[in-house]
Design a protein around this ligand. Sequence first.
Ligand SMILES: *Cc1c(COP(=O)(O)O)cnc(C)c1O
Length: 349
Amino acid sequence: MSKSFNLSALVRSNILSLAPYSSARSEFSGSASVWLDANESPYNGPYNRYPDPLQKQVKERLSAIKGVDARRIFLGNGSDECIDLVYRVFCEPHTDNVVAISPSYGMYEVCADINAVAYRKVSLAADFDLDADALLAATDAHTKVIWICSPNNPTGNAFSAEAIEKVLSGFSGIVVVDEAYADFSSQPSMLTRLDVYPNLIVLQTFSKAWGSAGVRLGMAMASEEILSLFNKVKYPYNVNMLTQEYALRHIDRMPEVEQWINSILSERSRLIAALDALPQVVHIFASDANFVLVLVVDADGIYTHLQQQGIIVRNRNKVEKCLGCLRITVGTPEENNAVINGIKSYDIK
Ligand SMILES: *Cc1c(COP(=O)(O)O)cnc(C)c1O
């Protein structure tokens, strides 16, 4: 259990008392033959109709895959919507703050800035490990949220369940664990801990292992009480009909998705071994994700050299604790060969 968790004390008072927009589809969602309640066109079915505001069919299917009750699943326009909702629900602008590991995913800080919420960074240890005590020590009475990304972007490593649970049990605010890369990780998902920690929000996404970044669909899994606040604040029809239809079809393709993941994992091992043998590569950090963070002899030079060959990686040379590093996504065998040969052909000065 987390210590003294009191959800209503964490929520912004205007959100707690908010009367949410009541859409036609939330006022009546049963079956009927004549729909004249939403000012929709009678032509161009089925896209003339507003989509299910709570995406019930998609959540039922996801529930079976994730082993999480459908009432504990929220769907957003990418995880990015879920990240923004955390601020809008819990963080009073110009007053509250959040604590996050650094370096980590850039959207946590951008959304904090947009919402005028102070963003407190706690550096990861030299080996990129999580220091639970340092995170807890950075909180104060105005800290509403702690952000943990595991496996972490851009470092690639996953944190132990013990360290994450130390944060969950030592903090009386919300702890978000962003598991965008969980399908590539050897560490267990925190989804199984939802029953134990009422302050836990787990984020996952269709964008990475599930190969669907283009459709914009992210998941937040948490208590029904937390998700009812998300549902009050979100746009009424935040996940469009095309995306919901796509999700239902895509969930039927999970055996294929499993093959993609296995192929990426074996390519990750091969990429690491091949890069490790190159004199241009100084160090490769351990990865639980579909990318590797690589310390090279000249990050800017190699980045430009690759770009000239039409190969784009992410230059992380300016990011805290990632000086000299490139972040390379694991691609197909051909794409990985291209990046290996591209780096190999860089002349060390
Ligand atoms: C890519 C990524 C996401 C995905 O965001 P979507 O909006 O769902 O595409 C979320 N968190 C992290 C850490 C990521 O790297």
